[in-house]
Design a protein around this ligand. Structure first.
Ligand SMILES: NC(=O)c1ccc[n+]([C@@H]2O[C@H](COP(=O)([O-])OP(=O)(O)OC[C@H]3O[C@@H](n4cnc5c(N)ncnc54)[C@H](OP(=O)(O)O)[C@@H]3O)[C@@H](O)[C@H]2O)c1
Length: 301
């Protein structure tokens, strides 16, 4: 049986991968730090492991000998990467080097997650062949991790993605859609950036692309995102409108005025043709994604 090891299964993407894999005839090894926060706890082996613990990760590889690793763990808070650079590098690069050695030893297909933040945002939407030029510590760390993975002699794939949105079981982490919805429901004023353009990506779509990549043993770089190139402001308006919320609490702000610790690329977005062709990727529109989010939130209540 195909054994797939997924890291970060308490996270947004990791959890969606876990749920999608449970529908398939594969052995799933789910690795996350601390207790399992996924609501459905059956049909997979859950291991509480810090991915920086090399001894434990080595033991997990030796015990289960996975054919595929899907590595979603990262320090994903872009501003925290700027202020905690050592931690960022340890989690986003050193861990990838160590997992790469384990994949090499066990002939494991390494599927690694990366980001649009490897680009500088001057020429989006980007294709896989465009030259990266990261502006932030986060972007630099993810590009460094890509270099590690793409230098491996074992089969590898890098899936770059953009602003992931969706519902997580434990609700500990927010994302663009949940943040806007919650703030406007609480009549809380929020600053929403007008001049950053992205492709919002439904977590379920991204999970399906990762799994297609695993099952096909696809290799190389893939750009995987939602189909629409929208400003953050337009995403927020679409969310507010969908949930029938008052947009008066949204304050437009530019990147220059907001002055976040980490520099953000202004215009990204992806050309996703390669993922459509090779991985048969069929992303939902933002409207369709919002409908799924609403349905999942209703089921929780
Ligand atoms: N989110 C986005 O918009 C976005 C955009 C572009 C690319 N990406 C990339 O996509 C991937 C998945 O993102 P995501 O949004 O699903 O991330 P996420 O929700 O932040 O999940 C990351 C998970 O990693 C876990 N983790 C952190 N340190 C760990 C450690 N030392 N050992 C074990 N687990 C650890 C976290 O655990 P806790 O929950 O316990 O802290 C968290 O559950 C990342 O590689 C990210 O760089 C994300």
């Amino acid at each position: 049986m195909h054994t797939i090891l997924v890291t970060g299964t308490n996270g947004l993407l990791g959890q969606k991968i876990l749920y999608a894999l449970k529908k398939l005839d594969v052995q799933i090894i789910a690795v996350a730090k601390g207790p399992n926060r996924t609501a459905n706890k059956y049909g997979y082996h859950y291991i509480d492991a810090d991915v920086t613990n090399t001894t434990l990760m080595t033991l997990i590889f030796e015990t289960y000998r996975p054919q595929t690793l899907i590595h979603t763990v990262a320090l994903t808070n872009v501003d925290a990467c700027e202020t905690q650079q050592d931690l960022c590098w340890q989690l986003n690069v050193t861990v990838v080097e160590q997992l790469g050695q384990l994949c090499q030893k066990h002939h494991t297909h390494f599927i690694h997650l990366s980001t649009d933040f490897v680009f500088d945002g001057t020429a989006g939407p980007y294709s896989e062949t465009d030259l990266p030029n990261p502006l932030s510590v986060y972007g630099k760390s993810k590009l460094a991790s890509e270099t590690v993975v793409s230098s491996l002699p074992t089969p590898w794939a890098i899936i770059r993605t953009i602003i992931i949105y969706g519902v997580v079981d434990d609700g500990q982490r927010s994302n663009l859609v949940l943040w806007v919805k919650q703030a406007l429901e609480n009549k809380q004023t929020i600053n929403v950036i007008t001049d950053q353009i992205r492709n919002p990506t439904l977590a379920e779509d991204l999970a399906n692309a990762c799994i297609a990549c695993a099952l096909q043993k696809a290799t190389g770089i893939f750009h995987v995102s939602g189909p629409e190139n929208l400003s953050i402001w337009d995403c927020a308006i679409a969310t507010a409108t969908f949930f029938n919320l008052d947009t008066a609490f949204m304050q437009p702000i530019t990147t220059a005025t907001l002055k976040q610790p980490a520099m953000r690329p202004l215009i990204t977005g992806f050309n996703i043709q390669k993922a459509k062709t090779v991985l048969h990727f069929k992303p939902h529109t933002l409207q369709q994604g919002l409908a799924l989010v609403a349905q999942q939130l209703n089921n929780k209540n």
